[in-house]
Design a binder for this molecule. Sequence first.
Ligand SMILES: Nc1nc2c(ncn2[C@@H]2O[C@H](COP(=O)(O)OP(=O)(O)OP(=O)(O)O)[C@@H](O)[C@H]2O)c(=O)[nH]1
Ligand SMILES: [Mg+2]
Length: 447
Amino acid sequence: MSDLMFAIVLHPAIRGEASTRLPEARLEEAVGLAAAINIKVIAEEIIQIGQPKPSTLIGGGKVEEIASFIETHKPKPGLVIVDGALTPVQHRNLEKAWNAKVLDRTALILEIFGARAQTAEGVLQVELAHLDYQRSRLVRSWTHLERQRGGAGFLGGPGERQIESDRRALDDKIVRLKKKLEDVRRTRTLQRAKRKKAPHPVIALVGYTNAGKSTLFNRMTKASVKAQDLLFATLDPTMRAIDLPSGVRAILSDTVGFISDLPTQLVAAFRATLEEVLEADVIVHVRDISHPDTEAQKADVLAVLRALGIEENDERPVIEALNKIDLLDDDDRQDLLAITRLKSEADAGEPVRIPMSAETGEGVSALFDAIEAALTEAHQEMVVRLSAPFGAARAWLHQRSDILDETPSGVDLVIKTRLSKKTEGQFFKLFPAATLANDADAAYKSA
Ligand SMILES: Nc1nc2c(ncn2[C@@H]2O[C@H](COP(=O)(O)OP(=O)(O)OP(=O)(O)O)[C@@H](O)[C@H]2O)c(=O)[nH]1
Ligand SMILES: [Mg+2]
């Protein structure tokens, strides 16, 4: 087993396949992914592929060359990572030819998520995604075998029955796992419901893996004077209460990093974990602006957000934190600062962009200000007149909003609060007798 620690990483560059990235950068990313789970990469190579081979993807000569490298190299690599998609047949044939374990990109990402998952829910989710992946392989290889056997005229061989029973065993496991996951989720939903009662806005950090989300999370929670995680004992470990410069308390949430070609099984599985993102009041998209593929990474992140159901026309404010400016040379840095200044004035529909460095702290206070501004915009201050009897309406507002002031006015109550457009809509639908008042409202003033 120990030679599984030593790996070869291959990036198949298939001719004619559109990619926004250079194969060199993709290979480098794959090597970085392997390193993330402590695999020692002893060789890496870009494999040019003119015509993908159905049986092995990679051409026969190259397969043999790699086989003999594996055979003779000390220590012998027990793992080959193929940074692309392999069909089940290609997967099996390559493992046989190389006498080594083969992981394609999806399998590699599943391994990493498996190694990183910490909460009970996370572990179950990854396991489920894994089984799902295995099952899809089985199904596809089964149909393939069936076709082959059909041609050769011996249907119903032992291999097929084996696969059938494997598949049933997997199905059973999947059902059991889903049930367990449901139990864990029910508990979490209860916890979330409790948290909902606290009227604090949620700020979600999202971004490509390695963009600097956790570094920024740590800096922001430290920068916030009264940062503490005692407020809600049930918060996930990656959520903290922070106080914004104006004193408004908010919940900051760190999230799992995104990556290009995130396996669909994982997007589905992590939907629940990413619920915080779905319900956040402000989304901070953390970008590694010093990375040569920063634009492609941004596109990937937006694609995953879309897959999660966050559309481009979502009215929620998005702030781009252009991180790692400390790694830019002077010229690039000046250009970036100039462009972001121009942009913030020109494109009203574009996200606010803040150049910053989570490492040095530069720009972090500007980011705080931008978050604060976005929150204020998302949560308009308003004065509402509740006519008697107002008990239910008042309780409803207390549960869902930040009450700034309450003043009796005759038998009525005038409440000053901060509401998002959505909550405002819900409120006036539920309590049509309530009316919007103004600060200048005479009744309010004279009350
Ligand atoms: N030079 C520099 N390095 C940074 C900066 N921010 C983060 N890093 C480094 O970038 C690497 C990744 O940072 P993380 O905060 O772990 O990134 P992440 O987005 O949380 O990554 P995942 O959790 O894998 O998605 C670390 O080595 C950080 O030290 C920055 O502003 N400047
Ligand atoms: Mg992180």
